[in-house]
Design a protein around this ligand. Structure first.
Ligand code: GTP
Length: 349
């Protein structure tokens, strides 16, 4: 069905946030099943250098843009403003399909408040309003994350809607307790438990008004200054890698087993799309906190070169350890040749 431009010419920007692995990308995939929501531009922000989320949603959303290698709430706010401004310009020129709403999927560590402030500086042909701040909360790990991560609390207290995900993996009492905690943290937010069949994407993305600035009831204090960038996410590091040569699943699995048996408490998030030896189609695997899901076939490579992409986000742990262990256990041939090159190489200037 052809989409028509909204006559009011106001474009709502929805912020979709929620702690690492709480289900933001999965929610987008569900949202995009609604035929009424296809005229949506999607901006995805990822913490690591290698973005994966666009792979998970790209078939669903035509206007998808990726902002990687930084968190949009601190280091790359200007990029977000430029990206959205540019989206409007390109739609006006007919370079991309017209859209009547924008969804910004933030990193799992983002603080909504500075992002909302940045949205106010967008200069576009059509006025931009804040649609809603939608926050996914992990039904299994949410209570623990709220107890241990300032970022998770900051997201909830600034939410218009909190959506509890993964309810089917938890028990009803724990879900009820989590819902109670969310109400207590933010009495103004609607709190909903996502259940199959009870989800109305159109209702979720109906703008609730034109709030231009979120109440700054809770702000993450800037923690550290690195170069000229304010970095709010203390002790968080990421390692990511893209590899064209096929990976042996047994090696990858052994590496994950070792990593999680030794350092699970430092691992915030792991996600990978893998080009595995003996398989023509990509496979995906997710780790959220200490929990690792099953390896699952995932779509196809389409026109893309089969390339594994892996991201690991750590807290209080040098991400270099991840790189080294990955090289040693998953790509031993490459690690060996890198060592040989180091030893036999000409000294650098
Ligand atoms: N069973 C179940 N699994 C879910 C649900 N939502 C997300 N997941 C799983 O949780 C993992 C992480 O989901 P994502 O949607 O990638 O989470 P995210 O918030 O986008 O992750 P980041 O962008 O890395 O912060 C994946 O394995 C999903 O399949 C849910 O409602 N139920």
């Amino acid at each position: 069905m052809a989409q028509t431009q909204r006559p009011d010419a106001v474009t709502p920007v929805f912020l979709l946030t929620g702690f690492l692995g709480s289900g933001k990308t999965s929610l987008i995939r569900r949202l995009m099943e609604s035929p009424h929501l296809t005229d949506t531009a999607l901006v995805i922000n990822e913490f690591g250098e290698v973005g994966l989320d666009q792979l998970f949603v790209q078939s669903a959303v035509e206007n998808t843009l990726l902002l990687e290698n930084g968190c949009v709430c601190c280091s790359i706010r200007g990029d977000l403003v430029d990206t959205i401004t540019d989206l409007f310009a390109r739609a006006a020129n007919g370079e991309i399909p017209a859209f009547s709403r924008v969804i910004v999927e933030t990193t799992g560590l983002a603080d909504p408040q500075p992002i909302i402030a940045a949205l106010q500086t967008i200069r576009s042909s059509r006025p931009v309003v804040l649609g809603k701040v939608i926050v996914t909360v992990d039904g299994v790990l949410g209570a623990q994350q709220l107890g241990s991560a300032d970022e998770a609390v900051a997201q909830v207290v600034q939410a218009d809607v909190c959506l509890v995900t993964k309810a089917e993996l938890s028990n009803p009492n724990a879900i009820n307790a989590l819902v109670g905690e969310l109400h207590a943290l933010n009495p103004n937010a609607a709190v909903e438990v996502l259940r199959a069949g009870s989800f109305d994407p159109d209702l979720l993305l109906a703008p609730s008004g034109s709030r231009l600035a979120a109440p700054s009831t809770y702000r993450l204090a800037p923690r550290r200054v690195r170069g000229s960038q304010v970095v709010r996410h203390r002790s968080v590091e990421s390692w990511s890698e893209e590899i064209e040569e096929p990976i042996m699943w047994s090696r990858f699995r052994d590496w994950l087993d070792l990593l999680y048996s030794l350092r699970a408490s430092h691992l915030l998030r792991m996600k990978a799309v893998l080009n595995l030896v003996g398989h023509r189609i990509p496979h995906a695997i997710h780790g959220v906190g200490p929990l690792v899901g099953a390896l699952e076939p995932f779509g196809d490579w389409g026109d893309d070169t089969a390339t594994s992409r892996i991201v690991v986000i750590t807290k209080g742990m040098d991400a270099e350890i991840i790189r080294q262990s990955f090289r040693a256990l998953v790509l031993p041939g490459r690690a060996q040749s890198e060592r040989s090159a180091d030893h036999g190489g000409v000294g650098s200037s």
